[in-house]
Design a protein around this ligand. Structure first.
Ligand SMILES: [Zn+2]
Length: 498
C-alpha cells in the first residue's frame, strides 16, 4: 500500500549533505544494530537482578568512539537477596555544551523481552540477526535496538561533522523498560531529573505499524493499573460442592459479570476522528478498507475472535491476565488469586479505578479491601459491611496516562523534520500501551515524544525492523538535531539548562 506524497520544504545544502551521509553509512548502521541484537539483554523480572554489563559497555565504547563524554548513573538493586546492591546501569553520553544551550535527548531501553527459540521460523534466530526482504530479523530489532541504533548513528554523524553546535545532544540508555523501568527511567526521572530534563526527548520505540506504514509521532499514552486480587472462600471436600463459597467459583462470578463493571470515563486526548484524519492524509478510504479486509503478512490466529478493537484506544479497558488456585484435585480451595491489567486515559486516577471496583464488588455482594491510603466507598455500606473480606486488592504497579499537546514547538520541529525526510504527512497518535515516556512526564519532564522505525512482531517470534525505516528515521533524528542545536537557535524550543 503506497502512501500519499506531499510537497515538503527544500533542504539546505548542509542538510542535504548530512542526509547523504546517512545513506553512505547504511551498512554501518545495519552492522551496529546486528551487534546490539547479538548481545543477549533479556530482562524477566524486576525483583531479580539482570546483569546488563556487556551491552552497556558496548554502547559506552561506541559513544566514546564518537567523542562523547559518558557517565554511568547506576541504580542499586534493592531487593533483599544475594544480588542486593548490584548496579542497574543508566548511561548518559553527550556532545556539546550542557549549560546555556538547548538540549536534545535521544532515549531508549537496551533490554529485550524473553523468547522461545523454537518458535522462530527456519533460518531465523533471536540472537543471530538475519536480513531477508529488506527486513532485519532478531529479538529487539524493532523493540527497540533498531531505534537506538538509528539514534546512535545520527549522534555519530553529527559528532563527526565539523558543524558548530549551540547546544547539547544527549543519549540516555536505560536497562529495564520491559519490566516497568523501576531502575531506569523511573529512577532517573525521580532521583536525577536535572540530568535528563532536556528541551525535548525522543524515545525511539517503533511507531510505524500497518495501516500507518511510515512511523507516527506518539504524543501520549495510557497509564496502567496492574492489580492482584486474592479472593477468599471456604475450603472443603471435593465431593460436597460449595458454589457460593468455593474461591474459584467466586472469581468466576467476578469475571463473567465484568460487563457490569463501570470503569471511569473521561474524554480521550485525541478522538477517533483526529486519528482517522491523520491516517486519511496518507491513504484513500478505498486503500484503508482493502487493507482492513486483506490479511497481512502474519498468519492469522484462528483462536482470535476479538479482532483489533480500535475502540480500546479511547476508553479505560480491563484484561484478566493471571489466575491461580487449588492444591489438590479433591479439595475445594479457600483462596484464588487473579491479576488484571487496567489501562487508563490521562485524567483517570488510581482512586477513580478503586471506586469503580468497589461499586462493582458491592453489586456482586463482595466486600473489598483496598491497600492503605485509599478511600473505600464501600465503607459502611449495609449490603456488605457485615461480611468478612471477600477480596483483597494489592497494587503491582500503577502509572497515570499522559499526553503532550501537538502544538508544542518541539513536536512541530520533529513533525517538520519527518515530513522533509519522508515526504508524507506527519500523524499524531495516542498509544494504548505505555513506554518510559509515562515515567518522565509524571516527573514533569516536558516534550517527551515517541518516534521510531517501523517494524513488527514485537514481543513475539520473528520480530523484525524495516531497513528502509531504520535509515529514514536516522535521517529524521539527524535533521532535527541539526535544526535544533546547530542552526540559528531562534527556531529551537525553550529548554531548561542542565
Ligand atoms: Zn520497547
Amino acid at each position: 500500500m503506497s502512501e500519499k506524497r506531499i510537497d515538503a520544504g527544500e533542504l539546505s545544502e548542509r542538510e542535504r549533505e548530512l542526509i547523504e551521509r546517512v545513506d553512505a553509512k547504511k551498512e554501518e548502521l545495519i552492522d551496529l544494530l546486528s551487534q546490539l541484537i547479538s548481545i543477549d539483554s533479556r530482562t524477566v523480572d524486576p525483583s531479580k537482578y539482570t546483569n546488563l554489563e556487556e551491552i552497556f559497555m558496548h554502547v559506552k565504547h561506541f559513544m566514546e568512539s564518537c567523542g562523547a563524554t559518558t557517565q554511568f548513573i547506576n541504580c542499586p538493586h534493592d531487593r533483599d537477596d544475594p544480588d542486593k546492591g548490584k548496579p542497574w546501569y543508566n548511561l548518559l553520553g553527550w556532545i556539546g555544551k550542557r549549560e546555556g544551550g538547548h538540549i536534545l535527548q535521544f532515549n531508549g531501553h537496551l533490554d529485550v523481552v524473553p523468547f522461545e527459540e523454537s518458535k522462530w521460523k527456519d533460518g531465523l534466530h533471536p540472537l543471530k540477526p538475519v536480513i531477508m526482504n529488506d527486513r532485519l530479523y532478531g529479538r529487539g530489532a524493532a523493540d527497540m535496538k533498531g531505534g537506538l541504533a538509528s539514534q546512535m548513528m545520527a549522534f555519530k554523524i553529527l559528532a563527526e561533522s565539523d558543524i558548530k553546535m549551540h547546544g547539547c545532544l544527549q543519549m540516555w540508555f536505560v536497562p529495564d523498560e520491559e519490566i516497568n523501568g523501576d531502575h531506569g527511567a523511573q529512577f532517573m526521572a525521580k532521583e536525577h531529573k536535572e540530568m535528563v530534563n532536556a528541551g525535548g526527548t525522543i524515545i525511539s520505540e517503533p511507531t510505524g505499524q500497518p495501516p500507518v506504514i511510515s512511523p507516527a509521532i506518539i504524543l501520549g499514552e495510557k497509564g496502567h493499573k496492574w492489580l492482584r486480587f486474592t479472593m477468599h472462600g471456604s475450603s472443603g471436600h471435593g465431593s460436597m460442592p460449595k458454589p457460593k463459597s468455593n474461591a474459584i467459583q467466586k472469581v468466576t462470578r467476578f469475571i463473567s459479570s465484568i460487563k457490569k463493571l463501570k470503569l471511569p470515563k473521561v474524554k480521550p486526548p485525541l478522538t477517533i476522528w483526529n486519528m482517522l484524519k491523520g491516517v486519511l492524509s496518507r491513504f484513500t478510504l478505498r486503500q484503508l478498507i482493502k487493507a482492513a479486509r486483506s490479511p497481512g503478512d502474519d498468519e492469522p490466529d484462528p483462536y482470535n475472535e476479538d479482532g483489533i478493537g480500535i475502540g480500546n484506544f479511547f476508553k479505560t479497558t480491563i484484561s484478566f491476565t493471571g489466575i491461580k488456585a487449588g492444591k489438590k484435585v479433591n479439595v475445594i480451595p479457600d483462596t484464588c488469586e487473579f491479576c488484571v491489567d487496567i489501562r487508563v486515559l490521562p485524567g483517570v486516577t488510581t482512586q477513580d479505578v478503586f471506586d469503580s471496583l468497589a461499586r462493582y464488588c458491592t453489586k456482586l455482594g463482595y466486600r473489598l479491601e483496598l491497600p492503605e491510603g485509599y478511600d473505600n466507598i464501600q465503607e459502611g455500606n449495609r449490603k456488605v459491611r457485615d461480611r468478612p473480606v471477600d477480596i483483597e486488592l494489592e497494587i503491582i504497579s500503577c502509572t497515570n496516562g499522559t499526553f503532550v499537546e501537538p502544538d508544542r514547538s518541539f513536536t512541530k520541529l520533529l513533525a517538520k523534520a519527518f515530513e522533509d525526510v519522508y515526504r508524507v504527512r506527519a500523524v499524531y497518535f495516542f498509544a494504548p500501551g505505555s513506554t518510559d515516556a509515562v515515567h518522565m512526564r509524571e516527573q514533569g519532564i516536558q516534550d517527551v515524544v515517541v518516534f521510531g522505525p517501523t517494524g513488527s512482531r514485537t514481543h513475539d517470534s520473528n520480530e523484525y525492523v524495516e531497513i528502509e525505516h531504520l535509515v529514514k528515521t536516522c535521517k529524521v533524528y539527524l535533521l532535527l538535531a541539526y535544526r535544533m542545536l546547530c542552526k540559528d537557535t531562534r527556531n529551537a524550543p525553550d529548554s531548561p539548562s542542565l
